[in-house]
Design a protein around this ligand. Structure first.
Ligand SMILES: [Zn+2]
Ligand SMILES: [Zn+2]
Length: 391
């Protein structure tokens, strides 16, 4: 007979016992920020700790040198904690991934105690480049999450919330080619690539009136011409198109492209475009069976969890692609005041603050306690799976 209460107490104590070591590791990652795919130190430090704790390590999985997989135990179920550890270019750990990486590693090490009693497998997967590139998009395509029963990570933020919403997202690059000419002496000879671009953007501005509320289209002009006295011969722009619905995103692609085609038609420019298929993010599907289990554990730690969660999304995350493969959750834990958003200098300071350290330990404990639930009661994973199978 498995004593769930006692096991939860044991995993909590394991994290409490390692508290100083975990906080020091999180701060070390924080003060050594490494951007997408260059997270050599963070990946090494986290995987070394896992290896020293008895996990079998596979480094450089999915042809990504800074990705890893650490496994403890055998058989079903397979519970995965995903570790992120990349920083933002020029901003350091302003998204607090030092906390995510350390919390997921700690949760794995503590959950090992449960797996020793219940059987089953605990997996910690190092997933680089969440910012900028979407490392999990590639890892998902390369089969990294196929054999799991569930996956979780806790993201630091300015509130405690278990349901997370993120938008499906795809990148679009457009380029117009016209004909250059002296803007004052021979304007009639020119074919103005900037006019085409402005029409494209205006079309999108008008299109927004007819889009669903959760849709987002935003972009920048990366080449608007070279000299004021020359009719621009080439212009270029980069956009992101987002929706909370993977199917609607497909529909949006056509609408957005039509705006740019109209710019080409009106001006006589040639349009070239490229969809960034490789970096396509899927919408996050939070699994409510897992979310409820996690929520109960977070509350048991004394955290006040948002009751009426707004559906307001945090943007897009590559965890969405994981949630399309296995039942997954991506809860948020408060480490910053409500007015401080992620990706700011203030948030970076919070990620190294005492509040950040409390968030790290609570996130690790709540995840490890959730693993105890999942390892000892197969019914939870069964209903998570049933929910996942529903269209
Ligand atoms: Zn971020
Ligand atoms: Zn983040």
């Amino acid at each position: 007979m498995i004593d769930v209460k006692q096991l939860k107490e044991a995993v909590r104590q394991e994290i409490a016992r390692r508290q100083d070591e975990l906080v020091a590791l999180s701060l070390k990652i924080h003060s050594n920020p490494e951007i997408a795919f260059q997270e050599e130190k963070a990946a090494a430090w986290l995987s070394e700790l896992l290896e020293a704790s008895g996990f079998r390590l596979e480094r450089g999985i999915c042809q990504i040198p800074t990705a890893f997989r650490a496994v403890y135990g055998s058989g079903d179920p397979k519970i995965a904690f995903l570790a992120e550890y990349d920083a933002l270019p020029g901003m350091g750990h302003a998204c607090g991934h030092n906390i995510i990486g350390t919390a997921s590693t700690a949760a794995g090490i503590a959950a090992k105690i449960a797996a020793e009693v219940t059987g089953g497998t605990v997996v910690v997967i190092g997933t680089p480049a969440e910012e900028v590139s979407g490392g999990k998009v590639y890892m998902a395509d390369r089969g990294a999450f196929e054999d799991l029963d569930c996956a979780m990570l806790v993201h630091p933020g300015n509130r405690n919330a278990v349901m997370s919403y993120s938008l499906a997202c795809i990148e679009l690059d457009v380029e117009y080619f016209g004909r250059g000419s002296h803007a004052a002496a021979k304007p009639e000879e020119g074919v103005n690539a900037l006019d085409a671009m402005l029409l494209g953007f205006q079309g999108i501005g008008l299109l927004r009136q007819q889009l669903r509320e959760s849709a987002r289209v935003h972009g920048i002009i990366t080449d608007g011409g070279q000299a004021v006295n020359v009719i621009p011969q080439r212009t270029a722009a980069s956009l992101l198109v987002r929706s909370d619905d993977d199917d609607y995103l497909e529909e949006l692609r056509g609408k957005v492209l039509a705006c740019f085609q109209a710019g080409a038609e009106a001006t006589g420019c040639r349009l070239e475009h490229r969809w960034g298929d490789a970096s396509r993010y899927k919408a996050m599907r939070t699994n409510t069976a897992l979310a409820r289990a996690f929520e109960a554990n977070l509350r048991a730690l004394g955290r006040v969890v948002e009751e009426q969660e707004s559906r307001r999304s945090m943007g897009s995350t590559d965890m969405g692609n994981v949630s399309a493969i296995v039942p997954a959750i991506h809860p948020t834990i408060a480490i910053a005041p409500a007015h401080v958003p992620i990706h700011t200098d203030e948030f970076r300071e919070c990620a190294a603050s005492e509040e950040g350290q409390r968030g790290l330990l609570d996130a690790a404990m709540a995840m490890a306690m959730t693993a105890v639930d999942l390892l000892s009661d197969p019914a939870i994973l069964q209903s998570a799976r049933q929910e996942f199978e529903q269209p």
